[in-house]
Design a protein around this ligand. Sequence first.
Ligand code: SAM
Length: 267
Amino acid sequence: MKKYRNASELYDIFYRERKEDIAFYNRVLTNYKNGLDNNRIIEIGAGTGRVLLPIAEKHPDLEFHAVDVIGDEISVLEEKAKAAGLKNIITHVADINEFKPEDKFSFAFAPFRVLQHCQSVEELDKFVKSTKNLLTDNGRFTFDLFNPWIHMLVREGVVFDGNYHDEDGNTINRRVEINKRDYFKQTQNIEEYYSVNYKDGTTDKFQWLYTTGYFFKDTASLILEKNDLTVQNLYGQFNCAPFGQTEYKENPGDLIFDCIKKRKERE
Ligand SMILES: C[S@@+](CC[C@H](N)C(=O)[O-])C[C@H]1O[C@@H](n2cnc3c(N)ncnc32)[C@H](O)[C@@H]1O
C-alpha cells in the first residue's frame, strides 16, 4: 500500500544514521542555556525536525520555533511533534528573510548546511543579516556548512546511488546527481531522485531538485563579521575539534560556526 505523499516524508529515512550533529547542537545549547537572554530558540531551516525534536524533548523549559520555507517539511515535523506529545514547538512556514516574529530569540541554529541554499555571497549576507536581526542583544547563532572539498568540486554526475528500507519493509532507491557546476558563481545543481518499491509491488517516484552555493571559511567569516556576529568557536567536526586541526585527506570536515552578536556598546 502506498505510504509516501512527497519527498519530505522520505527525508528522515536517508538520515537515520546522522546523529552527531544532533548531539553537537544539543551540547552547544546546553552549555549556553543558563546565560541566554530568554527562553526563545529558533531553528532556521528546521526541515522535518530531525535535529529540533530530540533537542526540544530534552529542554521542555525552552520554546522552540521551527522555520522552514518548504511546507511539506514542516508538516512532517508537526506530525512527529504531535506523535511525541511535544508542547514546546511552534512552527512557521516562511523564508527566513521574510520572517517577522513578535519577539527576538536568544539562540538561533541552522544545522545541516541550510545557509548553502544561498546561491551567492549577497544572498548569504542577506540571510545572515536577517538572522542577526532576529537575535536578542546577547543572542547566539550556531550553524554548519560543508568545508568545500577540492576533490568533490570536480565531480559531476551520479555521486550517490543506494537503497534504504523503511520500517514496513519497503525499499527506497535514492540517486543523487550533481550537475551544472558553475565555478564562477560557486554553485551546483543537486538532483535527488527517489524510487519507492512497496512490498505489494506498487511504486512511487519523487524528486528534489535544488541549487546550492558553497562558501569557503574566510568568505563566511567575513560575512559574519560584517553583520556584527563574532565567531567565538570555529569547529571542523561535530566532536568540537577545532577547524584545521584534523586530517584533511579523506575527510575535509565541516565548517561549524559558533557566533555571538556584538554588544552595541562594543560596536
Ligand atoms: C538540508 S535541509 C536541513 C534540515 C534540518 N535542519 C536538518 O538538519 O535535518 C535544509 C533546509 O533549509 C531550508 N531552507 C533553505 N533556505 C531557507 C530559507 N531562506 N528560509 C527558511 N528555510 C530555508 C530548506 O527548505 C531545507 O528544508
